[in-house]
Design a protein around this ligand. Structure first.
Ligand SMILES: [Zn+2]
Ligand SMILES: [Zn+2]
Length: 340
């Protein structure tokens, strides 16, 4: 019989229905052909050499020879712009305000044919360093309440450009999803005197079966009630509400654990498209007792359908214990090097 599992952090119910993975569209049976990407494309605004095609540069990580490893540019099609005047309007239930904030793009590599998961750890750490730098800068903008760092990799994950990149948005509101999580974490802290996330991590480590790797600073695991196959979380062991509080050593450690999970995923789950997002406390809650930042990776291996949309619950066709085992066993070699 299928089983329903509850996620105390997201308050989602996931229906574990492993019997469904034998269906003909099972992603594990479909070998996806990735288009071969050239090292350089003349019309790509993110390729080295085409810098004038992109919007203005905001920051960069440089190589010793002065060339760039990764850089941050404004999003040409940003929905948000910096403003001090929120122009709040309210007519009965019709409320509006200015879309104050920022939308930036992090170009992860000068070459067109590179993927984040293939990068050397030091390069990945440079990308994460840009995330931290921009997070710290954006939180100082007027009216910014929430900063979201995310990546869409592949068509099924919603990317519009194939050159490896991620995005950062700063917005004047905190989404209902984040507010609800914060509220729940607060409630838990009041009842139990502990951080809900630290508790979940402790119990997952005790259970062990969903752990992919547990290092001194970070733990990668699939949550007990993961919503879809290979949906995984990377938690810092140290309680810290806001991502930008991460130290230099932990930045490198995070690059290692993230890089390894992306490589494991490619082996274990047939190189899926994926999204990741860094979940961090709202700007005004950086000192929160209860929130605990983490990185969430959601491989796009199953489609949301009417049931998910209508019920808000999810049917997961693979048990996280099985996914964790396949992830642990995935042969990823040592440090995969990429010529640059
Ligand atoms: Zn390119
Ligand atoms: Zn915590």
């Amino acid at each position: 019989m299928s089983e329903m599992r509850f996620n105390p952090i997201t308050l989602d119910w996931a229906i574990m229905a492993p019997g469904r993975s034998g269906r003909p569209n099972d992603f594990l049976r479909v070998k996806k052909e990735r288009p071969v990407r050239p090292a350089y494309r003349e019309d790509c605004p993110f390729c080295a050499g085409n810098e004038p095609l992109a919007a203005e540069e905001i920051s960069r990580a440089s190589a010793p020879d002065g060339s760039w490893l990764a850089r941050v540019v404004a999003n040409k099609y940003s929905a948000f712009s910096a403003t001090e005047d929120l122009r709040r309007e309210s007519r009965g239930t019709f409320r509006s305000m200015a879309a104050a904030g920022a939308h930036e793009v992090v170009i992860e590599h000068p070459r067109h044919d590179q993927s984040l998961g293939d990068l050397e750890i030091s390069h990945l750490a440079a990308v994460l360093g840009l995330y931290r730098e921009r997070f710290r800068a954006l939180r100082e903008l007027p009216n910014v309440e929430s900063i979201v760092i995310f990546k869409n990799s592949g068509e099924r994950a919603g990317t519009s450009l194939e050159h490896a990149h991620s995005q950062i948005t700063a917005t004047p509101v905190v989404s209902s999803q984040v507010l609800m999580r914060l509220e729940e974490a607060r409630r838990y802290h009041e009842y139990h005197g502990a951080c809900l996330y630290c508790e979940v991590l402790r119990e997952e480590l005790e259970a062990g079966e969903r752990i992919i790797e547990a290092g001194p600073s970070f733990v990668a695991f699939l949550p007990y009630a993961s919503l879809s196959p290979y949906h995984l979380w990377i938690f810092p062991r140290r309680h810290s509400p806001s991502f930008d509080d991460i130290g230099d050593d932990d930045l490198v450690a995070l690059a290692g654990v993230l890089g390894r999970q992306l490589r494991r995923l490619a082996v274990a789950a047939n190189d899926p498209d994926y999204n990741f997002t860094i979940r961090s406390a709202p700007v005004g809650e950086a000192g929160s007792c209860c929130f605990h930042w983490y990185l969430s990776i959601v491989p796009r291996v199953s489609h949301l359908a009417g049931f998910e949309l209508g019920s808000g619950s999810y049917i997961n066709s693979m048990l996280p214990e099985v996914c964790a085992e396949r992830m642990r066993e995935a042969e990823i070699g040592g440090e995969l090097r990429v010529e640059s």
